[in-house]
Design a protein around this ligand. Sequence first.
Ligand SMILES: NC(=O)c1ccc[n+]([C@@H]2O[C@H](COP(=O)([O-])OP(=O)(O)OC[C@H]3O[C@@H](n4cnc5c(N)ncnc54)[C@H](O)[C@@H]3O)[C@@H](O)[C@H]2O)c1
Ligand SMILES: O=C(O)CC[C@@H](O)C(=O)O
Length: 527
Amino acid sequence: MAKPKVLISDKMDPNAAKIFEERGCDVDVITGETPEQLIARIGEYDGLAIRSSTKVTKEILDAATNLKVIGRAGIGVDNVDIPYASGKGVVVMNTPFGNSITTAEHAIALMFALARQIPEANELTQKGEWPKNGFMGVEVTGKTLGLIGAGNIGSIVASRALGLRMKVVAYDPFLTEERAVELGIEKVDLETLLSRADFITLHTPLTDQTRNILSRERLEKTKKGVRIVNCARGGLIDEAALKDLLDSGHIAGAALDVFAVEPAKDSPLFGTKNFICTPHLGASTTEAQVNVALQVAEQMADYLVNGGVTNALNMPSLSAEEAPKLRPYMKLAENLGSLVGQLAHGNLTQISIEREGAAAELAGKPLEAAVLAGFMRRYSDSVNMVNAPYLAKERGMDVRSIRHEREGAYNTLLRVTVGTDAGDRSVAGTLFGQDNARLVEIFGIGIEAELAGHMLYIVNEDAPGFIGRIGTLLGESGINIGTFHLGRRDAGGEAVLLLSVDQAIPKNVIDAACKLEGVKTVMALEF
Ligand SMILES: NC(=O)c1ccc[n+]([C@@H]2O[C@H](COP(=O)([O-])OP(=O)(O)OC[C@H]3O[C@@H](n4cnc5c(N)ncnc54)[C@H](O)[C@@H]3O)[C@@H](O)[C@H]2O)c1
Ligand SMILES: O=C(O)CC[C@@H](O)C(=O)O
């Protein structure tokens, strides 16, 4: 099998390339290209490793015909069109913890720089002005720090601030009271935070809810003399209002590592008194860059080589340990989804995936995604586990995952049922041994078959002579039968015949089979 090919398109610690090679990938490091150059090149790669400079747009994804995974060495993924990548079946991963400490430290560094006006004092001192009387700072001890966002980075900032003997209040709608107590901070609403904080630091992603969270109106409600730090994302603060309130002296200082437009080359904030900034350096330490580079390379190689999924934003996680255990189930799940998708007619809007026995102990989400990948192939060829759940949602499908505690006839069982106009249609399968996937039931009829390659499905009246007639037809048509499986509802009733054959079955043979005595349904299936 050809080695997966990875492109590193942003400046990244060289350990990333080393890890990719060690894990069996070919890797190219080509940074600083224009979007057009990247579009021309991306088609040959299975993986794309980026930081924040590469913008993974629709145009790039359209050209990325082989791409399976995008890995962001860092946290924010606002430079990737994730919905579009998901639609294309591309996994998007990030490294949510590798640079958290570093970024929290940058926020604390900026807070001190504001409190003691270090950049300005440094500049004037080096100009020979010795401005000893020009600067009067403030202590942080005993002051209140207001955290907007108390996730990974916010909570590290909180722990450092508590160490500095600050009081910490936090606004984060997803922060529980228990977690706040555990962190030693006070959970408050945004109005309270604005009115109480001497320093405010932002640590949320940029979303529709957080965009402009520090709007002009809210900035005006802050305590006079507040100092504000943003090491999260530009767009969280109204920059024009920030400038006005710095100019008026209501805000005593502001430090931005991030800007609404980056790179920020001509912000109106530049030159404003008590304003300091850094060029998105929050994650820029040797330690953090090694962490995120190693982590992204390991995660991406794991996915490309072993199918392990870690820290994906558009697919359920699957550890490298779980992946081999789940692999035979994934195939079974995909085949059951595909079988029911090929057999059931009409407008299917409901699908349920039931797990019992050993299968009930496995992660449900990846199995659900695998069933949907098989099922959604009835609508489109370019479906995989990443985009199938999105496509199913787009079609308004009601997807249910059900885990049964009960012990059934099989040690392990997966059942897939679709709701059709004519009622529910269900197929079930099991694993014999570790990885021998078998269909065991089709629309209520017990049958044992491996689902693979080209198959012929026939429903007929259970009567003597039929098997001979179908065997003769296929033989005369030059079609070799590989395996032969029979099942029936009851003697003389409806019977199912599932054959695997060595080639695709031509339409004229299907038509001829339909005309055989006792035949109700004939369908060619592909797995
Ligand atoms: N400057 C840099 O170089 C740099 C480096 C790393 C991370 N970041 C950015 O820092 C931010 C935080 O990263 P993190 O790892 O802590 O993320 P995280 O997901 O761990 O935490 C984000 C927190 O924001 C909270 N939140 C979400 N919506 C909110 C809202 N409307 N109001 C208040 N809180 C809300 C969430 O509940 C969560 O606790 C991200 O935007 C990330 O991209 C920047
Ligand atoms: O890669 C960087 O330097 C910035 C990373 C940072 O913005 C992040 O969200 O992780």
